[in-house]
Design a protein around this ligand. Sequence first.
Ligand SMILES: O=C[C@H](O)[C@H](O)[C@H](O)COP(=O)(O)O
Length: 233
Amino acid sequence: MSTDTSQIELYKQKVGEVGASLVTSGMKVGLGSGSTAACVVQALGKRWQEEGLRFVGVPTSIETAHLAQSFGIELTTLGACPELDLDIDGADEVTRQGFNLIKGLGGALLREKIVRYAAKKFVVVVDERKMVDQLGDHTPVPVEVTPFGWEATAKHLEKIGAKISIRLKKESKDFFLTDGSNMILDCNFGLITDPVKLEKEINTIVGVMECGLFIHCTDEVLIAGHDGLHHLK
Ligand SMILES: O=C[C@H](O)[C@H](O)[C@H](O)COP(=O)(O)O
């Protein structure tokens, strides 16, 4: 499926607006990361400024925090607010059945997962390119690892079948580091037949902080595409 960039941007804006419409006054809301989640934050910022909507947000990345603050949105931490009503975030792949996800191509996966599991409800916002029949369709599994001894951690990942690409900064050959100062190893496992087993296998490897598989934890998906907007529950 080829869709031009400006059309994709329109899909993201649409899904961002609908995602933002799920937030009501007084809610505690997880604010996701990446370009689609940014559209949600922008739409929330508009509602904050034009409608006087008031809620508190917990950002999943420094970038999201800065964006939210640019609209004056009130932010808090999981320390002050460990239970959230709603978390809205993007994804890199979403399975049509079961809404399992790969996340983390933008590098925010550990914080995103912590925020997701602090929330009662998790809504994912995507454009139609992200929908797949099976995880691993076009995206590796990002794995966040502690930099100490990452080479040994990588060997363990290879033993369970990963073909690894070390995430580098776009502008240089330096290692990309997450907001928590961890590295990311992008692990290609091919098509993933048993994501529950794989998530467990990855996360029991010493040195792994978290992986980008989000399994059996998505309540709703908003999808924007050529045939309009779909809200799947
Ligand atoms: O680390 C990044 C996050 O998991 C993003 O939500 C994910 O990569 C999707 O990003 P985008 O909406 O920019 O495609």
